[in-house]
Design a protein around this ligand. Sequence first.
Ligand SMILES: [Zn+2]
Length: 126
Amino acid sequence: MSRLEFSRKTKAAIIARAAGKCEACEAALKPGGGEVDHILPCALGGEPTIANGRLICRVCHAGKTANDIRSIRKADRSRDKATGAIAPKQKIPGRGFPISQKAAARQPKQQLPYRALFKPVDERNV
Ligand SMILES: [Zn+2]
């Protein structure tokens, strides 16, 4: 899958819509400044359209790109787990040592008989 860049026309429309301001933080941009950004990243299915594009300043773009990369990597891992490309993590092995002689010789506790919660009616002193 190749990256789909904004066409010249789309970029021009986005820049005109922004009217010289960053569309994320409202900072004023120099003419020709700012970067056209995919709101939904291309790797996550974002289209290069006017609706999915915005003009943002360099600072906003750097921060957003870092977050986008994290989301894209997470999506990649989820897809790989679902398709079986990543093997499941190993199961933690059980105790690797034998039971001591003393513990093995210990008698299990004897259970006491259950005590009745209620006495039968004919035994009551009425
Ligand atoms: Zn900004």
